[in-house]
Design a protein around this ligand. Structure first.
Ligand SMILES: Cc1ncc(COP(=O)(O)O)c(C=O)c1O
Length: 343
């Protein structure tokens, strides 16, 4: 970070170039393009694929807002699909049912750090000639059948927001792809679509990453495998402790290597459980309390309550427990004992 200050290359520069190469290699893809956050990584991917008004993009309804917000921001229509009740990830049958002649892309989200059912989703996309943008904001390092998230889609996006498994000292994100032309288009779009000096082939935006963020991320990337392993160990301990308890631990598919951005349990008495945790000075989060198809800003799409029932129920039952690499055994025991005492 000090060398970035010395160089005065504050925006992109050699640290960002190196970060792109290192993260692409880590994720098993050819190209990485560093951008300013995970939300704009989605936006610029959609722009680079030429998706806009008149197009439909299928997204899960149970995800962070940016997954669908980015679709609306390019003028396309988000089409919401329900999730699977076990993994919380988008249900490929629901995706298949949502495909129309206007569908251009699918954005599966690897929610909480577990890879979505990419075998079925990529097969569907191939059959219908659709692009796939993996929203990997929560899942850097996760795998399915030993294949890393980010390597399945036409493009994939990452977020380096400070709470993420690989986090910067501020905002950051990346677009990943194996397609050289697409990578070049994203690079141009992140810099106002510039193709030569002050020559603009496309209308882009300022989606550039700061050099200081890149420098910090490069140092932290070296530690990411150990940090993800620590999260997995903590999750394993929670799993064992919650067998036969009043809460349901998060199921993991046999082929999946989960990286536990969140450790999310289910309880039909979620709000009482959270109050009980708060009384013991344990923080918990609800990701997410309202599905996207019922958000006020998407009322124009005409969805009704009850239409995507699996996600709606998850919104009422999920809560995420503390999990972070440095968590001590004593801290975790306090969470476990408090949950066990919940009746
Ligand atoms: C699933 C998902 N997509 C996109 C984003 C957006 O990333 P950022 O906050 O870096 O814009 C996030 C961040 O929380 C996320 O969780």
């Amino acid at each position: 970070m000090l060398s970035v200050l010395d160089s005065q290359r504050y925006v992109l520069g050699p640290e960002a170039d190196a970060l792109e190469t290192e993260i692409a290699a880590f994720c098993g893809v050819k190209y990485g393009v560093a951008v300013c956050n995970g939300s704009d990584a989605l936006l610029v991917s959609l722009m680079a694929l030429g998706i806009g008004p008149g197009d439909e993009v299928i997204v899960p309804t149970f995800t962070f807002f940016a997954t669908a917000g980015s679709v609306a921001r390019v003028g396309a229509k988000p089409v919401f699909a329900d999730i699977r009740p076990d993994t919380f990830n988008v249900d490929p049958d629901a995706v298949a049912a949502a495909i129309t002649s206007k569908t251009r892309a699918i954005i599966p989200v690897h929610l909480y750090g577990q890879c979505a059912d990419m075998d079925r989703i990529t097969a569907l996309a191939q059959r219908h000639g659709l692009a796939v943008i993996e929203d990997g904001a929560q899942a850097i390092g996760a795998k399915r059948n030993d294949r890393g998230v980010g390597s399945y889609g036409t493009a994939a996006t990452l977020s380096f927001y400070p709470t993420k498994n690989l986090s910067g000292v501020g905002e950051g994100g990346m677009v990943l792809t194996n397609d050289g032309d697409l990578a070049a288009r994203v690079k141009s779009l992140r810099n106002h679509g510039q193709t030569g000096q002050y020559e603009h082939a496309w209308i882009g935006g300022n989606f550039r990453l700061d050099g200081i963020q890149a420098a910090a991320l490069r140092v932290k990337l070296r530690r990411l495998p150990a940090w993800n392993d620590a999260r997995r160990r903590h999750a394993d301990r929670y799993d064992q402790a919650f067998r036969g308890s009043p809460v349901t631990p998060p199921p993991v598919e046999a082929s999946c290597h989960h990286v536990y951005h969140q450790y999310t349990i289910r309880s039909p008495r979620r709000d009482a459980l959270r109050a009980h945790l708060t009384a013991a000075e344990i923080s918990s989060g609800v990701y997410y309390p309202l599905p996207l198809h019922l958000q006020p800003c998407f009322a124009y799409l005409g969805y009704r309550k009850g239409q995507l029932a699996v996600a709606e129920r998850a919104c009422e039952e999920v809560s995420s427990l503390p999990i972070f690499p440095e968590m001590t055994q004593a801290q975790q025991d306090h969470v476990i004992e408090t949950i066990r005492a919940f009746s």
